[in-house]
Design a binder for this molecule. Structure first.
Ligand SMILES: [Zn+2]
Length: 289
């Protein structure tokens, strides 16, 4: 192989460069612009926020935290939080990647301002009083630990006693591995509480948002009287790769998306974020005496 000429290794000298000069990047404050994962448009964050965190070009529904959801969904200032004092502990002394579960919880609490991955309370939607739970996928992926299960159960019991309609906005990555089997027990606990609500003739509306998966789907998310979802929300039990590897088959187009589930009878409806308030109040009027 011939020796490369020494000039090939000459370090780049900006002063000697004679071609067109690249424009200097203007400094942009963080978070001013965002990118839509569906249509890939670059969007002005403020415009997206004013549009209920929905892409103005393609209607992609961005994920939102629990506080933001409450702001968008209920009558202004009507939310009264319940059960905030119930905070998670680290019953198993779980450690992962050099971090204890207790340390991880502190970080998640500082990040989201929540004590757990669900915000629970009483609120009004278009003047209708209801019991509301909103899961937060920003908090440990909205995973279902024992305190999340406990708060959901208390909420269901509050709806049963007070005879108010129950609405739960689901967003979850599934069971919380940091709590092992204690996390799995929440499926049975919430389901039993829902059975008692049903016996008492209560109304339960679930809104499945992106993503609703694992133990949450396998329990309270799918046990509602009316199951709604946001457009394009990912809803499933196991992950797609696990399913494809197990059944050794290619999964159909749009598998585990809200539209696919509606077509196959798992959902009662898909509701655009801007229509949620009117749809939920309509359902309450229609079903509650
Ligand atoms: Zn878009």
């Amino acid at each position: 192989m011939p020796e490369p000429s020494p000039s090939a290794f000459r370090p780049y000298d900006a002063a000697a460069f004679e071609g067109p000069r690249p424009r200097r990047r203007r400094e942009m404050p963080d978070g001013l612009w965002m990118r839509c994962p569906q249509c890939e448009a670059t969007l002005f964050t403020k415009i997206v926020h004013e549009n209920l965190d929905v892409c103005p070009d393609c209607e992609w529904h961005f994920r939102i935290g629990a506080r933001r959801r409450v702001e968008q969904l209920v009558d202004t200032g009507s939310f009264e939080e319940l059960f905030r004092q119930i905070a998670p502990t680290d019953p198993l002394g779980f450690q992962w990647l050099g971090q204890t579960y207790a340390e991880r919880l502190q970080k998640e609490q500082a990040k989201t301002g929540q004590t757990e991955a669900v915000l629970t309370g009483i609120a009004y939607i278009k003047g209708r009083r209801l019991v509301l739970g909103v899961m937060d996928s920003d908090f440990l992926m909205g995973s279902m630990g024992s305190v999340l299960g406990e708060k959901i159960t208390l909420l269901i019991e509050r709806a049963t006693e007070s005879r108010l309609p129950l609405v739960i906005v689901c967003a979850s990555g599934g069971a919380r591995m940091h709590e092992g089997a204690l996390s799995l027990m929440q499926m049975g606990k919430t389901s039993a509480a829902l059975a008692r609500l049903d016996d008492a003739g209560g109304l339960y509306v679930a809104l499945l948002t992106d993503p609703t998966t694992g133990g949450t789907t396998a329990s309270f998310a799918m046990l509602a009287d009316i199951i709604l979802a946001e457009p394009r929300a990912l809803i499933g039990f196991a992950g797609q790769r696990v399913i494809a590897n197990t059944i050794k088959a290619e999964l159909p187009e749009g598998f585990q998306r809200a539209e696919f589930l509606l077509e196959h009878g798992f959902l009662d409806g898909i509701v655009h974020r801007k229509d949620l308030r009117s749809e939920i109040s309509r359902l309450i009027d229609y079903t509650m005496p």
